[in-house]
Design a protein around this ligand. Structure first.
Ligand SMILES: NC(=O)c1ccc[n+]([C@@H]2O[C@H](COP(=O)([O-])OP(=O)(O)OC[C@H]3O[C@@H](n4cnc5c(N)ncnc54)[C@H](O)[C@@H]3O)[C@@H](O)[C@H]2O)c1
Length: 291
């Protein structure tokens, strides 16, 4: 079988136990990356992925999942020890990794992140806007400093990380941008008023950015995660048990999320298989926010 035939029918050679592998090389039509038989199943081979706030929780799980699928990784975080630990974990998959202490709310840090990524890897294929914070508190109690910080990290950070990375991506007319959103953007729950506003902004920005960037070869999507108590931010806050029980009660699957619940969809949105999906915020929350 010629390479063109193999490309037209990539499933040939994969079917049936004991079928003889006939394909030796496949070239992805979208990314132009060449695959050999042994790594054809790696969905993100040789991609360069930036994951902000990738030192813990959902971002770390996504960074590891992408590394497992063949991507080289840039992770940023505020906490150096988290970066070091995650870098070590990523290297287990044999990938190259760059950890950067960097704050998504500071433009100079974002510029440095983009420059360092390009210097080291020459391109950026994937951006996961994961860094985010929340502080539980009733709407009537929230103060200005907490409000300003959550907006600076969750909204301004997403806006400018996307802008500065997308300026690199448009040069190659290729890119995948994924926001880590929250079901609080869609459902009304107590304790989250300021945070929910920033995640609602992410949902709206995902559509608006997709409208501008998709014609330039860049997909923009988001994942609306459900309540995930194993993460650092959550553990460090005093989240009221009764609110947690209310959210579980509103969730048809009657459970909270785990960080690994979000990795498969992140890999899909970052891969060529997800190339016709853009402008979407996909709920992964046990049905909590279904219409
Ligand atoms: N845990 C949940 O219940 C839940 C639910 C829905 C969505 N999310 C979203 O998931 C994303 C990841 O959070 P997580 O729950 O895994 O929490 P986490 O605290 O475990 O991870 C967030 C990481 O981001 C880093 N970070 C915080 N501020 C930063 C900044 N300004 N610049 C760079 N890095 C920064 C933190 O140091 C931390 O390592 C957030 O956007 C959060 O809003 C979380």
């Amino acid at each position: 079988m010629t390479e063109d035939e193999a490309q037209a029918k990539p499933w040939i050679g994969e079917q049936g136990a004991g079928s003889k592998p006939v394909r030796t090389r496949i070239r992805s039509r979208e990314s132009g990356i060449r695959y050999k038989d042994e790594d054809y199943k790696m969905k993100l081979k040789d991609r360069i992925a930036i994951i902000t706030g990738g030192g813990s929780g959902i971002g770390k799980a996504i960074a590891l999942a992408m590394a497992k699928e063949g991507a080289n990784i840039v992770i940023t975080d505020l906490v150096e020890e988290r970066l070091k630990e995650t870098e070590k974990n990523i290297k287990v998959y044999g990938r190259d990794v760059l950890g950067l202490k960097s704050d998504v709310s500071i433009i100079a840090d974002i510029k440095n992140m983009v420059n360092k990524a390009i210097e080291r890897f020459g391109k950026i294929d994937i951006l996961v806007n994961n860094a985010g914070i929340f502080t539980p508190g009733t709407f009537l109690e929230k103060d200005e400093a907490a409000f300003d910080r959550v907006v600076a990290v969750n909204q301004k950070g997403v806006f400018f990380c996307t802008q500065l990375v997308a300026r690199e991506m448009v040069k190659r007319r290729y890119g995948k941008i994924i926001g880590i959103c929250s079901s609080t953007a869609r459902i009304g729950v107590t304790m989250y008023s300021d945070y929910a506003g920033t995640k609602g902004a992410m949902l709206a920005m995902t559509r608006a950015m997709a409208a501008e960037l998709s014609p330039l070869g860049i997909n923009v999507n988001a994942i609306a995660c459900g309540l995930t108590p194993e993460t650092n931010n959550f553990q460090l806050t005093d989240f009221p048990q009764e609110s947690l029980q209310v959210i579980v009660g509103m969730t048809p699957m009657r459970r909270t999320g785990a960080v690994d619940d979000y990795t498969a969809i992140a890999v899909l949105l970052a891969s060529d298989e997800g190339s016709f999906i853009t402008g979407q915020t996909i709920s992964v929350d046990g049905g909590a926010s279904m219409p």
